[in-house]
Ligand binder design. Structure first.
Ligand SMILES: Cc1cc2nc3c(=O)[nH]c(=O)nc-3n(C[C@H](O)[C@H](O)[C@H](O)COP(=O)(O)OP(=O)(O)OC[C@H]3O[C@@H](n4cnc5c(N)ncnc54)[C@H](O)[C@@H]3O)c2cc1C
Length: 341
């Protein structure tokens, strides 16, 4: 039967390392567990509920009064294969990078560029995680779900997931309606390398050849240089989304700030680098007067827990960054991290 902990600390279940309690923390392994929660457990009482993977994209600002469901099913099996592909099914609770490592070790291509992204397999389709020119949607074959209404199982195809940039149906129509139980990935037995990204090709030049193992090694190396490790400094990666601004507005901003980096997007929109905007406000390395939270010294898009920060401390840093960027550039920064208030 499902393990249910009362008034449990979530400190180890969020990469900011914020110390808040949840009224109920439920460790999900099988669809039967969810059925129990709905029919006999705390979910029958219509309590507020969230699904928490590794908490690497979530900020807790207050204790959570409801039910936290934390998948711990970490199964991994090859379900079928043909001459070109292998179909690998992984449980939602498996650590994402353990899956990448397994695929690379077996010579199966497709997710190597997503090496070392923190988090769980279950969150990968929700977020449509991406890095270095690859998005996980390209390797997802099916997503297996359990319904919160009656605990039944449902499998949906890649197309049905409605993937977008860090977006999917799980953040919209399916939010709070389904739990991702497991995911089947379609991996390539004859990998095609995606190494156009500048930093990756430069790192690979230092190695003997391009191979899945070397791409993984290169990406782990680059990420280690760029991003603080959450086990050393609490953080949730990029805190804000890169703002999308209409082309005409960008021309105006460029008149005042000619060095503004811009990236052409679809529909006459231009993507701006949120980190650059924050850095221009002189906030790189900023910390609150209480010294508990701030902005990373090398990466202005990363908000950090400098020691015993509360979620409110991190929110205060975020607010300061938003106000300063708005005052200087007239641009609103929107959080990418999910804020539990
Ligand atoms: C240092 C650092 C670097 C990062 N780099 C990247 C990067 O390069 N690219 C990138 O895309 N992201 C990056 N991230 C963000 C993060 O790693 C991803 O968003 C990851 O997928 C979150 O996984 P998680 O298990 O921690 O999910 P959580 O943060 O726990 O949850 C994220 C969302 O998914 C939902 N969810 C989780 N599990 C399930 C499930 N089983 N069923 C239904 N819903 C579920 C949650 O309810 C929530 O809405 C980074 C984060 C950090 C800390």
């Amino acid at each position: 039967m499902i393990q249910i902990l009362e008034n449990a600390s979530l400190k180890k279940l969020n990469t900011f390392g914020i110390d808040v309690n949840a009224r109920y923390l439920c460790l999900y392994k099988t669809p039967d567990d969810l059925r129990y929660l709905i029919t006999e457990g705390p979910l029958q009482r219509d309590m507020e509920m969230i699904i928490l993977g590794s908490g690497s994209n979530q900020l807790f600002t207050v204790p959570f009064k409801g039910v936290v469901i934390h998948p711990v099913n970490d199964s991994l099996e090859v379900v079928s294969e043909d001459a070109d592909h292998v179909y690998l099914k992984a449980g939602a609770g498996l650590e994402w990078d353990a899956l990448v490592n397994y695929a690379v070790t077996n010579g199966w291509g497709g997710i190597e560029n997503l090496s070392n992204i923190p988090g769980s397999v279950g969150a990968a389709p929700v977020q449509n995680i991406g890095a270095y020119g690859t998005e996980v949607k390209n390797c997802i074959h099916q997503v297996h779900l359990v319904s919160f209404s009656d605990g039944t199982l449902k499998t949906i195809s890649q197309q049905e997931c409605k993937f977008g940039y860090r977006d999917s149906i799980f953040k919209h129509q399916f939010k709070n309606r389904y739990l991702v139980d497991s995911v089947t990935f379609k991996l390539n037995k004859k990998p095609v390398f995606n190494i156009q990204y500048g930093a990756v090709s430069q790192e690979l030049e230092k190695m003997e050849e391009a191979s899945l193992q070397n791409i993984r090694k290169a990406i782990i190396e680059i990420r280690g240089q760029k991003l603080p490790c959450p086990t050393e400094i609490g953080n949730a990666g990029s805190f804000f989304k890169n703002p999308m601004v209409p082309e005409c507005e960008v021309l105006q901003i460029k008149q005042k700030f000619p060095e503004l980096p811009t990236y052409q997007a679809d529909n006459g929109m231009v993507k701006l680098a949120a980190g650059w905007l924050i850095e221009q406000c002189g906030l790189k390395g900023f910390s609150l007067p209480n010294g508990k939270a701030g902005i990373h010294k090398n990466q202005a898009l990363v908000l950090v827990n400098l020691g015993n920060a509360t979620g409110q401390d991190i929110l205060e840093v975020a607010r300061i960054a938003q106000v300063k960027v708005f005052e200087k550039f007239d641009i609103n920064l929107e959080p990418e991290v999910i804020i539990n208030k």
